[in-house]
Design a protein around this ligand. Structure first.
Ligand code: AMP
Length: 297
C-alpha cells in the first residue's frame, strides 16, 4: 500500500495504473462502514484509492472541524489490512492552495433542503472537494454510503453537471449490533448519550412498520408519530424528520411511491443523521425499482 500526500504524487501514481480505478473518499476516523466501501471497491476495481481528508470547507464556523477524530496511524493499519492500493492523505494546503477558486456547486432544492437548510456551507464544500478528488484520481467508479443519502444524490448530480466520466456507486448503511448507524461522530457520545442515540434506529423502524406493515400513507401522520417517539428521549433534539421521494428527495404528502425517511437529531451536542427507505407495496414505481434492484437500505 502506497501512501501519498501531494497532488503531484497522486497524479503520478494514477498515471501508472492500468485497468479500472475505484475511489473511496473519506474523512478518516475509519469504521466498518467505510471499510465496507473499500471492500466493494476491492472486489470491483483493479486499483483502489482511498482518500483521507477532513475537508474544512464543509464545516461551518461553529461546527466540529477541530474536534473531528483524526488517527492516521490507525486508519492506515485498517486500510493496509483491506489491501487498499493507494491512500491519498493530502494537507489542507494541497487541496486548497493559495488562490484556490475552483468552487463547484449544485444549485436548487436538492442542496437547499434538509442538510442544506441546517448546514448552509456543507454541500458546496462536499461537491468542491469531491470534484477535485475525482479530477485528480480520475476513477471509473467512486463509492459513497447511503448513510449520507442526500450527499450521495448531490454528488451524483454534481458528477453529471460537471460531466465527470465516473459511476457513483451508493452502498448500504452499516450498523452496530444494536442498530445505531456507524459514524465517526459516534465517538463523541458519552455512554448515556450512546444509549439515547438508539432513538434514531427505533424511530426509523417505527416508520418502516407504519408504512410497510400498517399501510400508513399520510406523511404528516407518519412524521408526527416519529417526532413523538424521538421527543420521548430526553437527550434528543430534532433538527428534522422528513419523508421524501426516494430519488429526488422532494417532500411527499402522500407516500404513494418509494420514499426515504430522513432524520437529523442532536443528542447532547452531537448531531446524528440516519435514514431508511420506505417501500409502500403495490405501487408501480415501487415494483419497477424493485426489479432494478434499486433499494440498498
Ligand atoms: P465520512 O468519512 O463520514 O465523510 O464518510 C465517508 C464515506 O463513508 C461516505 O460516503 C459515507 O456515506 C460513508 N459512510 C459513513 N458511514 C457509513 C456507514 N455506517 N455505512 C456505510 N457507509 C458509511
Amino acid at each position: 500500500m502506497r501512501v501519498v500526500e501531494t497532488v503531484a504524487e497522486m497524479r503520478q501514481a494514477r498515471a501508472a495504473m492500468g485497468g479500472g480505478v475505484g475511489l473511496v473518499p473519506t474523512m478518516g476516523g475509519l469504521h466498518e462502514g467505510h471499510l465496507s466501501l473499500v471492500r466493494r471497491a476491492r472486489s470491483a476495481d483493479d486499483h483502489v484509492v482511498v482518500s483521507l481528508f477532513v475537508n474544512p470547507s464543509q464545516f461551518g464556523p461553529k461546527e466540529d472541524f477541530d474536534a473531528y477524530p483524526r488517527d492516521l496511524e490507525r486508519d492506515l493499519r485498517l486500510l493496509e489490512a483491506e489491501d487498499a492500493h493507494v491512500v491519498f492523505a493530502p494537507s489542507v494546503e494541497e487541496m486548497y492552495p493559495p488562490g484556490f477558486d475552483e468552487w463547484v456547486e449544485v444549485r436548487g432544492p436538492l442542496t437547499e433542503r434538509l442538510e442544506g437548510a441546517f448546514r448552509p456551507q456543507f454541500f458546496r464544500g462536499v461537491t468542491t472537494v469531491v470534484a477535485r478528488l475525482l479530477r485528480i484520481v480520475r476513477p471509473q467508479r467512486a463509492y459513497f454510503g447511503e448513510k449520507d443519502a442526500q450527499q450521495l444524490r448531490v454528488v451524483r448530480r454534481m458528477a453529471e453537471e460537471q460531466r465527470l466520466p465516473v459511476e457513483i456507486v451508493g452502498l448500504p448503511t452499516l450498523r452496530e449490533p444494536d442498530g445505531l448507524a456507524m459514524s465517526s461522530r459516534n465517538a463523541y457520545l458519552t455512554s448515556e448519550e450512546r444509549q439515547a442515540a438508539l432513538v434514531l434506529p427505533r424511530a426509523l423502524e417505527l416508520g418502516r412498520t407504519m408504512v410497510e406493515c400498517e399501510g400508513v400513507r399520510d406523511a404528516d401522520r407518519l412524521k408526527e408519530a416519529l417526532a413523538d417517539c424521538i421527543r420521548r428521549e430526553p437527550l434528543a433534539r430534532i433538527d428534522y424528520v422528513a419523508v421524501t421521494d426516494y430519488e429526488t428527495l422532494e417532500e411527499l404528502t402522500v407516500i404513494d411511491r418509494p420514499a426515504l425517511l430522513l432524520l437529523a437529531v442532536r443528542i447532547g451536542s452531537t448531531r446524528l443523521i440516519d435514514n431508511a427507505s420506505l417501500i409502500p407495496g403495490g405501487s408501480e414505481a415501487t415494483e419497477e425499482l424493485r426489479r432494478r434492484g434499486g433499494f440498498s437500505t
